[in-house]
Design a protein around this ligand. Structure first.
Ligand code: AMP
Length: 111
């Protein structure tokens, strides 16, 4: 299924890229909820975390490493949130796996 993020990965839609390698792309969220709001996603399309097979664990680990690097790059290593919305009940809007990296202000309780 084609999604907005699939189009961004393929270069068919613009985005502000903050990290890219062969497997992973990170962009700025178009509608940020905090001073730093990045989206980290695999280029390979999985609808969400629940659909990632166990043998893709190295890819998930690499996404977490990219999150650490970006937290340093954006100077939020002292406090940030890394989250994924899995499924409609969680408010997932784009069904291409992505992790929100959010920080740069006091975030308060999760819910
Ligand atoms: P989610 O609800 O977890 O699926 O989050 C989707 C996120 O994508 C939201 O935070 C949106 O603000 C963001 N978003 C939607 N369209 C774009 C776009 N074209 N470029 C960057 N971020 C986007």
């Amino acid at each position: 299924m084609t999604t907005i993020f699939g189009k961004i990965i393929r270069g068919e839609l613009p985005a502000e890229k903050v990290f890219e390698n062969e497997r992973i792309l990170a962009i700025k969220d178009l509608y940020p909820v905090a001073p730093v709001h990045l989206l980290i996603m695999p280029k390979k399309a999985f609808p969400n975390l629940q659909s990632v097979p166990p043998d893709e664990a190295p890819l998930l680990a690499e996404i977490f490493s990219v999150a650490q690097k970006l937290a340093n790059d954006f100077h939020i290593e002292g406090g940030y949130r890394l989250l994924t919305n899995n499924g409609a009940d969680a408010g997932q809007a784009v069904f291409h796996l992505h992790f929100h990296l959010i920080g740069g202000k006091h975030l308060g309780p999760i819910a």
